[in-house]
Write a protein that binds this ligand. Structure first.
Ligand code: SF4
Length: 298
């Protein structure tokens, strides 16, 4: 049995011995350091923190952080994370995966879980390509991008996760860049501390298969919403939508990162009378009488 009772007292407590499988220079490294920094600075306990992933390069993250972890099926981190949260509301649950995993095969979970407002943090490593399967177009690949599946360039409109999340019911919507790990760390801290569903979409350059959206491409385009004058009001849904559409409207000349939108709304689990008093795992299962339910089936 793994004993993980200690609070994270130093960031090295979160390191694991497993050899990392990511390509040198991959944006996943910046994201990982931001995630570990956030867990450390929030003083989370490792035995009360669970990281759940799907399938993809990004989904190796639970192997690389010394908390509890669960690498599930392709596109399924959100339903598994929701189940964990409903079973034990005392846990901090962080779901993560890539753009193919979350905005492609898993998009139906993304849409419906957002509107339920579970208290979850969802971090998407958005590298705008399928990396693990060696370079096919993903839902967020930009028009014109040449990949193995689009040799003449992408012709579909890219999925805009930030805009969908603002409209779809997420109560904390942010976007970061793996090349700005300190800024990203603050966004992740905000998402974990927020009570409700937090999406943190992260530009994570895939240095091996995405030749368009490189570190330099982002450095020339991203700007922080916090540095704006006048300051962006994250409680204003319309202003948030305007910012979410700014990248495509500007022809990707201006790409904002930071906190787009935040609101307070009751979480799904707080509205369930069965777990209002205590988490499901702490209920006494020996005193449950199912005879009435069985009688209905007879
Ligand atoms: Fe990172 Fe791309 Fe390599 Fe995957 S293929 S580890 S996303 S650089």
């Amino acid at each position: 049995m793994v004993m993980m009772m200690a609070t994270v007292t130093k960031i090295d407590d979160l390191n694991v011995k497993e050899k990392m499988q990511w390509c040198p220079g991959c944006g996943n490294f910046g994201l990982l350091s931001a995630l570990k920094g956030a867990i450390f600075e929030l003083g989370l306990k490792r035995h009360e923190t669970v990281i759940v992933s799907g399938i993809g390069c990004s989904s190796k993250t639970p192997h690389y952080v010394n908390t509890y972890g669960f690498e599930t099926l392709h596109g399924r981190p959100l339903p598994v994370a929701s189940g964990i949260k409903l079973a034990n509301t005392d846990l901090t649950v962080i779901a993560e995966g890539g753009d193919g995993d979350g905005y492609g095969i898993g998009v139906q979970h993304f849409v419906h879980i957002m509107r339920r407002n579970y208290d979850l943090t969802y971090i998407v490593h958005n590298n705008q390509v399928y990396g693990l399967t060696t370079g096919q177009a993903s839902p967020t690949s930009l028009i014109g991008m040449k990949t193995k599946t689009t040799p003449w360039g992408v012709i579909e409109t890219p999925f805009n996760p930030v805009a969908y999340a603002i409209l779809g019911g997420a109560t904390y919507v942010a976007r970061g860049f793996a090349g700005e790990p300190d800024h990203l760390k603050e966004l992740i801290k905000g998402g974990i501390a927020h009570k409700g569903f937090a999406l943190i979409d992260v530009f994570q350059p895939c240095v091996t298969f995405n030749y368009l959206n490189t570190y330099q491409w982002f450095q020339e385009r991203v700007y922080k919403l916090e540095t704006q004058d006048p300051k962006h009001d994250a409680s204003d849904r319309e202003a948030a939508m305007e910012k979410a559409l700014e990248d495509s409207k500007s022809g990707y000349k201006k790409v904002p990162i930071g906190l787009f939108f935040k609101e307070e709304r009751p979480t799904y689990e707080d509205q369930l009378p069965q777990i209002k008093e205590k988490p499901l795992v702490k209920h006494d299962l020996t005193k449950i009488d199912l005879s009435e339910a069985y009688a209905e089936l007879e």
